[in-house]
Write a protein that binds this ligand. Structure first.
Ligand SMILES: [Zn+2]
Length: 67
């Protein structure tokens, strides 16, 4: 008889505090943030970083610094 066999539940990441939470949680038990809202905020932040990086690259190209 096997003792194991239960797959551990997939954990979700709280973007508010970067800790793992159960996927059925709506509010993070660690930082009490709204997990869905924290994920949206994190995605918006990453998008701004990507845009800023592209803008910087474009400016550097214009200045001829990347050649
Ligand atoms: Zn959290």
């Amino acid at each position: 008889m096997k003792a194991k066999g239960r797959v551990p539940p997939q954990l979700a990441l709280c973007h508010g505090c970067k800790q793992f939470v159960r996927p059925e949680e709506y509010t993070c038990p660690h930082c009490h943030d709204d997990i869905a809202m924290a994920a949206v905020r994190n995605r918006d932040r990453m998008e701004r970083v990507t845009q800023a990086t592209e803008e910087l690259q474009r400016l550097l190209d214009q200045l001829g610094l990347t050649r």
